[in-house]
Design a protein around this ligand. Structure first.
Ligand code: NAD
Length: 250
């Protein structure tokens, strides 16, 4: 379905991004991976997916510009790279705030502004951003993440309007808790912030939010991304799709 489409998936050496990259490659897209990790593992992923990798640090606008220049025009842009930090606002390290805003929000502005001219010239494009249930609802101790994800959802609506007559759609996918390293790594901080055990964090904080009482699978998120890239989704733009086991229905 996506033969002859070039797709950049940011933050795709792990978790949700990797699942999206795998699914787009399975549909025939030429995939560019981005993100950090063990070089041997990344080389193995490139071989598996027939993909290229660019290791740009997306907190650095100059590195983003260099990456967009080096990889060439993209038809599909998936803004997925993100990070989390969990702490009460009065203890939230200002440098963590800046890093989360830079990676989870500002990077999407830079990739988008640099990808759009070629999409407009072609009259076709798909921009998908991995937002979060936290683009729609808040949780305590996640001030920077919730601010960034609400911002990403707003940014997506604006570019959807700007690009609506150019054959380019822009949408957010907003997962609830997906079992990835990002979730696993926030468990110790959440244990500290709330004074809970690991099991209590999983049951009473993470899955407490999800009526389905199970983690979302990265492949479920990837399947939605593939659908949004299809011609059947040509009229879906400016949307924010929840895939959160019912979390934001409450
Ligand atoms: P993950 O930690 O498994 O993967 C993050 C990816 O981003 C990795 O490939 C990592 O190398 C890359 N990355 C980190 N810093 C980077 C930087 N400075 N420059 C370039 N790449 C960088 O995380 P995940 O859970 O797969 O999360 C992916 C996205 O999904 C994030 O935007 C996250 O906020 C969002 N999300 C995750 C969940 C969840 O429960 N896991 C829920 C909702 C939204």
């Amino acid at each position: 379905m996506l033969k002859a489409r070039r797709a950049l998936v940011t933050g795709s050496t792990s978790g949700i991004g990797l699942a999206i990259a795998r699914a787009l490659a399975a549909e025939g897209a030429e995939v560019i991976l981005n993100g950090f990790g063990d070089p041997e593992e990344i080389a193995r992923l490139c071989a598996e997916l027939g993909a290229r990798h660019h290791g740009a640090n997306l907190m650095d606008p100059a590195a983003i510009a260099a990456m967009m220049d080096e990889i060439g025009p993209v038809d599909i842009l998936v803004n997925n790279a993100g990070m989390q930090h969990v702490a009460p606002v009065e203890e939230f390290p200002p440098e963590k705030w800046d890093a989360i805003l830079a990676l989870n929000l500002t990077a999407a502005f830079h990739t988008t502004r640099l990808a759009v001219p070629a999409m407009k010239a072609k009259g076709w494009g798909r921009i998908i951003s991995t937002a979060s249930a936290h683009s729609l609802a808040a949780s305590p101790f996640k001030s920077a993440y919730v601010a960034a994800k609400h911002g990403l959802a707003g940014f997506t609506k604006v570019i959807a309007l700007e690009l609506a007559t150019h054959g380019i759609t822009a949408n957010c996918i907003s997962p609830g808790y997906v079992w990835t390293p990002l979730v696993e790594q926030q468990i110790p901080d959440t244990m500290a912030a709330r004074g809970l055990s690991r099991e209590e964090v999983i049951r009473d904080v993470l899955l407490a939010k999800q009526p389905t009482k199970r983690f979302v699978a990265p492949e479920e998120v990837a399947a939605l991304a593939v659908f949004l890239c299809s011609d059947a989704a040509a009229s879906i733009t400016g949307a924010n799709y929840s895939i959160d086991g019912g979390w934001t229905a409450e």
